[in-house]
Design a protein around this ligand. Structure first.
Ligand code: SF4
Length: 367
């Protein structure tokens, strides 16, 4: 641990803390840094760091995954591309059926992982006689590059199956719920970099909760933790930007313009949770020709109406909402492991279950 991190820890330990303080983070990158650096074990025992809705792959509606799988399975002319994590996300079908994009590829579909929208464009250029469907799930930081790609006039054979989500409406929903499960928020530095830190002002202004924007190093996370704890102790609340070198007022104007020009804000489904108002992105009307949802039948995907449902025994929705810790899921480490994932949180590098498992937490706790 660096000298700076140790200094932040000393300051935190010197605070006259209440018996219990619950601080939520809403970013898979934050949760990964917290877990890898072992920050939970170094903080005073009354401080709880709760992973919340920070994994876009985990909240992508099952029907969208199913739709992408069916496009790949039923139209051999099409190439389906998606970010690598998404390929292993299982849908809730019997084990003997094709249950993921990876399995759709094994069954003959042309499914390819990509690391960026640029790779999707390259694949479309290299295959001018075929349609390429880019299944794009992500939060603002991932969706903005998709918007930039669309604004850049990509090849005509590149279509988008968009599942972009906005982070703050999910936090607003949690704050408005009766059983709010946290006392302070560490806001996501990447999202604030794109959209501007002030997007998180509502946490303070409407809900009177301490909040701090954090970067991804332990030092920044500890600075944000200290900030919200001190606010609580002193009975103040404000939005502290502990990532000012990157997250600037107004965010990234170019990225926001691309989002505005290519996408509308829509009500959107979150897997296991249901519809959250104004929490998603949809392609704007002038991009209808790019919209894979208009080009392909949905193969019954939306008759499945599964956005609010999860596989039997799976507690992913409660993990995503910060109601329980990952290892409090009933099947953590037994039926559900990275080799045999039941829910998406054990698949994605940003999923809390995967992160906890990868950092050596193998025992289940009773909630
Ligand atoms: S252990 Fe598996 S099923 Fe349970 S919450 Fe995590 S990913 Fe979902």
């Amino acid at each position: 641990m660096s000298a700076t991190a140790r200094q932040w820890l000393e300051r935190i330990r010197a605070l006259p803390l209440p018996d219990r303080v619950r601080i939520m983070n809403v970013c898979g990158g934050h949760e990964r840094s917290i877990s890898m650096a072992g920050l939970r074990g170094t903080l005073p025992p009354q401080v709880e760091l709760i992973p919340g809705p920070g994994c876009p792959v985990c909240v992508c509606p099952e029907e969208d995954v199913y739709h992408a799988m069916q496009i790949a399975l039923q139209d051999p002319e099409v190439i389906v591309v998606s970010f690598g994590d998404m390929l292993r996300v299982p849908v809730n079908l019997p084990l003997k059926e094709t249950r993921s994009l990876e399995q759709a590829k094994a069954a003959g579909g042309d499914v390819r992982p990509v690391a960026s929208p640029t790779e999707a464009v390259e694949i479309a250029r290299a295959n001018p006689g075929r349609r390429v469907v880019f299944f794009a799930a992500g939060f603002e930081t991932t969706t903005a590059p998709v918007a930039a790609m669309l604004a850049g006039d990509p090849p005509e054979n590149l279509l988008v199956l968009l599942a972009g989500r906005r982070t703050w409406p999910a936090v607003a929903m949690l704050l408005e719920s009766e059983d709010r499960s946290f006392d302070a928020l560490i806001a996501p530095g990447h999202v604030a970099t794109v959209m501007g830190p002030e997007e998180w002002d509502f946490v303070v202004e409407q809900h009177r909760l301490p909040a701090a924007v954090a970067g991804f190093h332990p030092e920044s996370l500890l600075a944000a933790t200290y900030s919200v704890l001190r606010q609580l102790v002193e009975g103040k609340c404000f939005l502290d930007n502990c990532y000012p070198e990157v997250a600037r007022p107004g965010g990234n104007a170019t990225a926001r313009r691309f989002l505005d020009e290519t996408m509308d804000v829509i009500d959107a489904g979150w897997r296991g949770i249901g519809t959250i108002p104004a929490s998603g992105y949809g392609l704007r009307e002038h991009l209808a020709a790019r919209d894979a949802r208009r080009h392909f039948p949905d193969y019954g995907a939306h008759d499945r109406k599964r956005a609010g449902l999860m596989p039997k025994g799976c507690d992913c929705a409660r993990v995503v909402l910060g109601k329980i810790y990952p290892n409090q899921c009933r099947i953590y480490g037994s039926a559900c492991t990275p080799r045999t994932p039941v829910g998406p949180c054990m698949v994605s590098d940003e999923g809390a279950c995967r992160i906890w498992w990868s950092n050596g937490i193998r025992t289940r706790e009773v909630a």
